[in-house]
Design a protein around this ligand. Structure first.
Ligand code: PGA
Length: 250
C-alpha cells in the first residue's frame, strides 16, 4: 500500500493564541487536501484554540514537545495526557533545537517516544546531522545511531505507525535546502535501518519526512523521491505558501 504523504508544519515559538486562530482561518482553504495528511504542530498554549479553529477541516494538530512523566512536580512541563485531552494527536520529539538548546539526549528522547506511544500520541521523531558531521562524511553513521537509540525497545507495530523526520541542522531556517539527492539518500538509509532492525513491512510503512527550508518551490521535487513521504516545515508553514507545499502535486 502506498504511504500517504504528510505536510507537517512546525510553528516553533511563533503565534500567540489569537494570532494562531487568525493563521488557521487564513490557511483553511489553501491547505484543503484529501490526499495529504496536514498537521500543525503548535506551541502548547495554542493547542486548544487551534484544535477549535481547525474543527471540521482536514487539519490535525500536534504539540512541539512533551515530558516523560504522567503528572506531578515538573514545573513548566506538559504531559502526553494533557496534549491528548486538548485534542492534539501528534507530538514532535527530538527536534534539533530541543537537542541543542535544551540538552535533550537520545536516552531522554527514547523515553519520550515510548511515553508518547504508550499514551496513544503519535511521535514525529526528528534526526539530523550538523554541517561539520556532513563535511566529515559521518552523516549516515550519525543518523543511524540517533534512530537506533531513540527507538530502543519500541515495537515494530509502533514504528510502523510513526513519522520520522530527517532534518539536516545546516538546512533548518537557513534557506539552504539539502539537495534532492542528499535528502533521498538519508531518508533511504533511515528506511534501510528500520528494515534491518525490524523488518521490511515496518520499513515500508513508517513515514519519513524531509525538513529544512522546504518551500513551495522545492516541495514537489523532494516529495517525489521514493523514500521521502512529505515534509516537516518551519518558516513556510506560517505563510500562505504552506498551501503550495500541501498541494505540491497540483
Ligand atoms: P525550516 O524549519 O523549514 O524553517 O527550515 C524546519 C524545522 O525546523 O522543522
Amino acid at each position: 500500500m502506498a504511504r500517504r504523504k504528510v505536510a507537517a508544519g512546525n510553528w516553533k515559538m511563533n503565534k500567540t493564541p489569537s494570532e494562531a486562530v487568525k493563521l488557521c482561518a487564513e490557511l483553511k482553504d489553501l491547505v484543503a487536501s484529501d490526499s495529504v495528511d496536514v498537521i500543525y504542530c503548535v506551541p502548547a498554549i495554542d493547542i486548544v484554540p487551534v484544535v477549535d479553529a481547525v474543527k471540521g477541516t482536514n487539519v490535525k494538530v500536534g504539540a512541539e514537545n512533551m515530558y516523560i512523566e504522567d503528572s506531578g512536580a515538573y514545573t513548566g512541563e506538559i504531559s502526553a495526557d494533557m496534549i491528548l485531552d486538548a485534542g492534539a494527536e501528534y507530538v514532535i520529539i527530538g527536534h534539533s533545537e530541543r537537542r541543542e538548546y535544551f540538552c535533550e539526549d537520545d536516552d531522554f528522547l527514547n523515553k519520550k517516544v515510548k511515553k508518547a506511544l504508550e499514551k496513544g500520541l503519535k511521535p514525529i521523531l526528528c534526526c539530523g546531522e550538523t554541517l561539520e558531521q556532513r563535511e566529515k562524511g559521518v552523516t549516515l553513521d550519525w543518523i543511524n545511531l540517533q534512530i537506533k537509540s531513540d527507538l530502543q525497545g519500541v515495537s515494530a507495530s509502533d514504528v510502523a505507525g510513526m513519522i520520522i523526520a530527517y532534518e539536516p541542522i545546516w538546512a533548518i531556517g537557513t534557506g539552504k535546502t539539502a539537495t534532492t539527492e542528499q535528502a533521498q539518500e538519508v531518508c533511504g538509509a533511515i528506511r534501510k535501518t528500520i528494515a534491518a532492525v525490524y523488518d521490511q513491512a515496518t520499513a515500508d510503512s513508517v513515514r519519513i519526512l524531509y525538513g529544512g527550508s522546504v518551500k513551495g518551490s522545492n516541495a514537489k521535487e523532494l516529495f517525489s523521491q521514493p523514500d521521502i513521504d512529505g515534509g516537516l516545515v518551519g518558516g513556510a508553514s506560517l505563510k500562505p505558501e504552506f498551501g503550495d507545499i500541501v498541494n505540491y502535486d497540483k
